[in-house]
Design a protein around this ligand. Structure first.
Ligand code: HEM
Length: 155
């Protein structure tokens, strides 16, 4: 009888801790921003570096970047992804429509670039949920990046 009370208290404490841990894992985890779940600025920088390397080696699209300042592009891509995923950054570049005006980027070029990005996301083991969220942020930019000449509503 003497032992029952302390054991009961210990069990209750253990149970409370388990419930709190479970609540933390299921609830708090979903509170994290995409930025946090991606791994913050260091992880985003690593992915962007690798991704721009893929693009530079991708003969389908690398001609577009022949005259581009690659370090500036990397910096702006990191800012853009950081800001768009809820991180503490401000994007200082041009609008997507302005930056890609007159380049003649087609849908197939856009698809190639996304493929190069996904290769980097896979390489750094970004889980599919986070990959999908990131692509969900970038996908709608297609209409501003792909600008068909002579089609007045989007050129
Ligand atoms: C969602 C897809 C894309 C995103 C988020 C994106 C993002 C960016 C950003 C942030 C910049 C820098 C803006 C600035 O200079 O102020 C930029 C520039 C540029 N982008 Fe994209 N881009 C995308 C798709 C593409 C595609 C598909 C191509 C071509 C295949 C492309 C080619 C370029 C080039 C050549 C520049 C540099 C333009 C210049 O130096 O004047 N982009 N892009």
């Amino acid at each position: 009888m003497r032992l029952v009370r302390p054991i009961g208290i210990l069990l209750a404490l253990g149970l409370t801790t388990s419930v709190a841990t479970l609540a933390h894992a299921t609830y708090y985890h979903h509170q994290q921003s995409l930025y946090q779940r991606l791994g913050g600025k260091p992880a985003i920088s690593a992915v962007v570096n690798d991704f721009v390397g893929n693009v530079a080696r991708d003969h389908r699209i690398n001609r577009f970047f022949a005259n581009t300042d690659i370090n500036r592009l990397k910096r702006l891509l990191v800012q853009q992804i950081c800001a768009g995923s809820g991180g503490p950054c401000q994007y200082e570049g041009r609008s997507m429509r302005e930056a890609h005006r007159g380049l003649g980027v087609r849908n197939q070029d856009f698809d190639a670039l996304v493929e190069d990005l996904v290769r980097s996301l896979d390489k750094f083991n970004v889980p599919s949920r986070e990959q999908q969220e990131l692509l969900g942020l970038l996908g709608p930019m297609r209409r501003d990046v792909v600008q068909s000449r002579g089609y007045s509503s989007n050129d």
